[in-house]
Design a protein around this ligand. Sequence first.
Ligand code: AMP
Ligand code: GLY
Length: 422
Amino acid sequence: MNRTVLVVGAGGREHALVRALQRSPQRPHVICAPGNAGIARDAETVAISATDNDALVALARDRRVDLVVVGPEAPLVGGLCDALRAAGIRAFGPSGAAARLEGSKAFAKEIMAAAGVPTARSFTVTDADAGRRAIAELGLPVAVKADGLAAGKGVVVAQTADEAHAALDACLVERAFGDAGAAVVIEEGMSGPEVSLLAICDGEHVARFPAARDYKPIGDGNTGPNTGGMGSVSPVADIPDDLADELIEAVHRPGIREMARRGVPFTGVLYAGLMMTPAGPRVLEFNARFGDPETQALLPRVDEDLVDLLTRAADGQLDDRPVRVGAGAAVAVVLAAADYPATPRTGDQITGLDEAAAAGAELYHAGTAADGDGRIVTAGGRVLAVSAAGRDVADARARAYAAADHVHFAGQQRRSDIAAGL
Ligand code: AMP
Ligand code: GLY
């Protein structure tokens, strides 16, 4: 009997996971809940919300699912993997307690301090007066971060004291992020190139991916408001494999050890957002999952059986070695809807998808839907990612943009400088 794998989530990351799992020589049957219009073309989709733990457990049980792979942070923090494991179902992803590494920046800082992981000096505060003292103590620029999940909007890097105080008050006084802003991490400002280093963990062992980079601001040259990510690339020239190995030993390994020591072993993807400062690498944040859109440039490069790899991780049987990837590079270019990130317009018809795929790219859908007439229309801010592999970054970049040129919809926004100059 073929194995059945359930992917939970609805974005481009989950579409990339579905495709990569389907490439397994085990020829698994892949189900995605809830998925999206593009995922529905490739796999069976079931209309259950990613945060409906009871319904997902029932689905996994009814369909005798062998492995559940959870994409987004909200279900992880909400204990979906705990609920699955309690029902005897194999899950790839951290427990709710371990996902606090992403769900609470204050907790992440506490773990980093205890484990000796390099990160910026910081204070965690719950009242505005203490916050002002911390801002004065740390000097400018200073990063003001809502403790909890804030959909990427909870961080302000303030250049002036007024800006820092406003960000502090937004969290603690105006409660702009609700409970997620009831505590605030105030961190020394740093500068340097950023890199995303993701590793599969089984509570003890670590299998890293090559370094990746995402491009958060909407505009070329990193201008304009931050988004969920406008594109990604792997590898990153300034982070060769030997440096990535060193970073794993300085960051992921001690982090995982400290979690295990506390009785909350971390199983899943530990994603470190790093800044390469003049004083050395510093962790900006931990995420407890695959990055989006990094995954869209990482998984096309994987050259081993992902079903086997994630099953081993879930079972605590991971080999302590990097994930095997092919030579070359991959680049993903995100096509976003009109008026994203403020209030993305929906319902615009998308054309050219088949032509783009025929040009040799992978099209990972994120915000798409099928309308009544079978047309694919925009249905979210980030509409899709066009991902291409190549012999090097420049080649992958050229292929991704050439394929993306085929895709049209009204008001489309895309950056023209993803992976440029690398
Ligand atoms: P985070 O969600 O903590 O990764 O922060 C989001 C973004 O804010 C990062 O990708 C950085 O570009 C920026 N950032 C966060 N912390 C700092 C810091 N201490 N100094 C400078 N920039 C920062
Ligand atoms: N690419 C940023 C994230 O996944 O959080």
